[in-house]
Design a protein around this ligand. Structure first.
Ligand code: FPP
Length: 248
């Protein structure tokens, strides 16, 4: 298949994969079937991102608030993520994909934590796409953890409070070393950020698509990339700029 090329390819795309439950409900299926079909959409999107030359793809897989869902759904979601890592890691490795996980690790059980850490470790030298899995992730929680870490340094005399800068905060976030998302896509017609990458989204472009996540396809992704390429990004200035030029 001939691959599409785009005028401006975002370096980092982040996706809020929403609508699995409604996709299932529309078909009279249990919610878990929506999540299951959602994993197929994850596979297709990872391939499409790599093919388009995107360097970072962040997927909001499980939020720190998702623990409030019924126990069976939480267990289905964790099971699907574990199965994805177990079954797809070899293929991701073959595609030269580096896996990185963001989110609070301290409260995770060792079975899932070990699996995620192992996936990061095994793929750490890959150089094509970095697949960032946001798991047990909440942006306010991430920022609070970064603040605690800076406050400890101030308390211990390793850092002066007046030296705290956006760059220092960046370096304490789970996303340290990852450029800010150029584009954030949310599926299912909902138009909000839901505690996702609040700090990092300062200059992101947003695209909301009506399709439920299980129906997300390479074609819908390409259309979002085309819309992104047509946007002027000014980063507070008056002329169109790239993220690299302004150093965000
Ligand atoms: C939102 O749909 C989706 C989620 C909460 C989880 C997304 C998870 C996956 C696609 C599967 C595992 C992930 C990976 C990376 C393998 P929703 O349940 O909130 O849908 P609704 O708003 O229609 O109820």
């Amino acid at each position: 298949m001939s691959e599409r090329t785009f005028l401006t390819v975002p370096e980092h795309v982040a996706i809020i994969m929403d609508g699995n439950g409604r996709w299932a409900k529309q078909r009279g299926l249990p919610r878990t079937m929506g999540h299951r079909k959602g994993v197929d959409a994850v596979r297709e999107t990872v391939r499409a991102a790599g093919d388009a030359g995107i360097k970072y793809l962040t997927l909001f897989a499980f939020s720190s608030e998702n623990w409030r869902r019924p126990e069976t759904e939480v267990s289905d979601l964790l099971g699907l993520l574990k199965a994805f890592i177990r079954r797809d890691l070899a293929e991701l490795h073959r595609q030269n994909v580096r896996v990185k996980v963001i989110g609070d690790r301290l409260s995770l059980k060792s079975d899932i934590l070990d699996l995620l850490v192992d996936a990061e470790e095994r793929t750490k030298s890959n150089t094509a796409l970095t697949l960032v899995i946001a798991f047990n992730y909440g942006s306010r929680d991430e920022i609070a953890r970064a603040m605690t870490s800076l406050a400890r340094d101030v308390e211990a005399g390793r850092l002066r409070a007046q030296d705290i800068s956006p760059a220092l905060i960046n370096a304490r976030l789970d996303t340290a070393g990852i450029p800010d998302p150029d584009l954030i896509i949310r599926t299912s017609g909902e138009e909000r950020l839901s505690n996702f990458l609040l700090w990092q989204a300062a200059y992101s472009e947003f695209i909301f698509v009506p399709e439920y996540w299980p129906d997300f396809s390479r074609e819908i992704f390409h259309s979002a990339l085309e819309t992104f390429a047509s946007r002027d990004r000014r980063f507070g200035g008056l002329v169109a700029q790239t993220a690299a030029a302004v150093g965000t």
